[in-house]
Design a protein around this ligand. Sequence first.
Ligand code: SF4
Ligand code: SF4
Ligand code: SF4
Length: 243
Amino acid sequence: MTVGLLYDSTRCVGCHACSQACKEQNKLPGEVQDHTTAYTWTVVKEHEGAFVRQMCMHCLEPSCASVCPVGALHKTKEGPVVYDAKKCMGCRYCMLACPFEVPKYQWDRAVPVVGKCIMCYDRVKEGKATACAEACPTQATVFGERKELIMDARERMRANPSGYQDAIYGIKEVGGTGVLMLSGVPFASLGLKTGLPEEAPPMRTWQVLSKIPDFVAIWAASLYAIHWITKRRDDVAKAEGGE
Ligand code: SF4
Ligand code: SF4
Ligand code: SF4
């Protein structure tokens, strides 16, 4: 079973309850920003009267996890793509590889790590909905099994064919995503990336890696890297302990 989120722009009233609930659930410092950051994992933007959420799409075959040399990002069996700061070596390949420009770096920290939505994985494991879905007053964001969300989306479109674009964003993009989106206006006019490839991303991510000059050097220097990663893990643990 793969879980995910359905976001329906036509039902979204731009209240930002989802962004605020995410902050609280994940204990992210600071106010909700107007763009995603390492501490604001989801935002709601307005484009000519229509709203759109921005967040990690939880790709079925995530490029971020494919390029991560140390397995700091990984796709869980339930669906969320999660992150382990203690494994992260701070190389930022995930930021280059993500087709949706999601992972953000803690530029303000002495020992920066990456921040991105983890689909409230602790809640998901307990059988609960994500905090954003629970907070949404209009069912613009709903949590559930991906297959059922697709059926829900199709039913919404069938009941109001003139109210929706005739497509579900995320069904095919980059091999499919755990976050699915409906819109009343063209997806491009919401700022969503269109024209993305339909093939599974790993091929693409290896193309990305081949363009990273340090890639070969990193693997060649693997013994040194292991030592360095261990040190960084300690630094991250100390930095987290000091917060
Ligand atoms: S949207 Fe980006 S960060 Fe999220 S799972 Fe896909 S590749 Fe990874
Ligand atoms: S920055 Fe961290 S999570 Fe991203 S690819 Fe590098 S090691 Fe993996
Ligand atoms: S909580 Fe729901 S209605 Fe409010 S901004 Fe988020 S998705 Fe839109």
